[in-house]
Design a protein around this ligand. Structure first.
Ligand SMILES: Nc1ncnc2c1ncn2[C@@H]1O[C@H](COP(=O)(O)OP(=O)(O)OP(=O)(O)O)[C@@H](O)[C@H]1O
Ligand SMILES: [Mg+2]
Length: 272
């Protein structure tokens, strides 16, 4: 679905932000893209969706090389929710904002309406359809940006810190939508500083450090390697560290921890 090979990038007049990035991502994968502030995560998303072009190397998305493919064609297969979604909202109502993408697709008016209706329902925005997007709170604005992307039916979703600033209920809605998209075979890349979120959702972690990928592996493998987490300036979730401190098999979530702990306790009591 997505393949980056030897990708380097520098902003005009600047030094290399990315110097050698290679990875691929397939349908149904949820990749967490992690790394310190300024590591180049948002820049990498802008390269994947074709808004910027690699200065070296190549990115191929659904068979299209981003270097010579117009952005509007790439945006049919890749949907992006940017770090500041306000910057991607420019219609006067939530409905029109979500309709913007489908209106530019070669699909029937009925299909457009169906998609907009569905995207608004999934993001719990139906009752706000006639509101100005910028009159909504920060969490709902984020969901407007997400609904706009869902309505275009992309094969890949790029989400830049989508969980930031969301309360528990909104975060849970976001997680539900991400899981549904994964089950529908979308390839999802999430930039994220929240490692609990990563532990719950990601099937793989890719870490950026010094312009390169310092890790590309399963979340548990990443979180239990102190050198790799330090290089990416992240801390493993508490539950991973707690299970390690108790000499239990490392667990990514409280539910997995409880299972390991109960199994261990049962084993100990049988031995006694
Ligand atoms: N439009 C731009 N022009 C010039 N330099 C830029 C531009 N956007 C980002 N940079 C620089 O590129 C580097 C990578 O920035 P980027 O925003 O990709 O990092 P990031 O990993 O997303 O950071 P954060 O976690 O803070 O969002 C930084 O040094 C940043 O200052
Ligand atoms: Mg960023």
């Amino acid at each position: 679905m997505l393949k980056a090979e030897g990708v380097a990038y520098h902003y005009p007049g600047g030094a290399d932000v990315l110097s050698e990035v290679s990875f691929s991502a397939s349908a149904g994968e949820v990749l967490a893209l992690v790394g310190r502030n300024g590591a180049g995560k948002s820049t990498l998303l802008r390269l994947l969706n074709g808004l910027r072009k690699p200065t070296r190397g190549s990115i191929v998305v659904d068979g299209m090389n981003t270097t010579d493919t117009p952005v509007h064609l790439i945006s049919r297969v890749i949907g992006t929710v940017f770090q500041a979604p306000e910057q991607q909202i420019f219609n006067a109502t939530v409905h029109d904002e979500v309709m913007f993408g489908p209106r530019n697709l070669p699909i029937s008016a009925e299909e457009r309406d169906r998609r907009v209706h569905e995207a608004l329902a999934r993001t719990k925005l139906a009752e706000f359809a006639k509101h100005h997007p910028l009159d909504l709170d920060q969490a709902r604005r984020r969901f407007v940006a997400l609904a706009s992307v869902l309505a275009t039916g992309p094969s890949a979703l790029l989400l830049d810190e989508p969980q930031r600033g969301l309360d528990a209920r909104s975060r849970s809605l976001l997680e539900t939508i991400i899981r549904q998209e994964q089950q529908a075979g979308r390839c999802i890349i999430i930039v994220c500083h929240d490692m609990e979120f990563v532990a719950r959702l990601a099937t793989r972690v890719i870490a950026l450090s010094e312009g390169r990928l310092s890790a590309d592996m399963a979340p548990l493998q990443f979180f239990t390697n102190p050198a790799l987490t330090a290089a990416a300036s992240v801390e493993a979730p508490d539950i991973v560290r707690l299970s390690q401190a108790l000499l239990l098999p490392p667990s990514l979530t409280p539910a997995a921890f409880a299972e390991a702990w109960l199994a261990d306790r049962q084993e100990t009591s049988t031995q006694v």
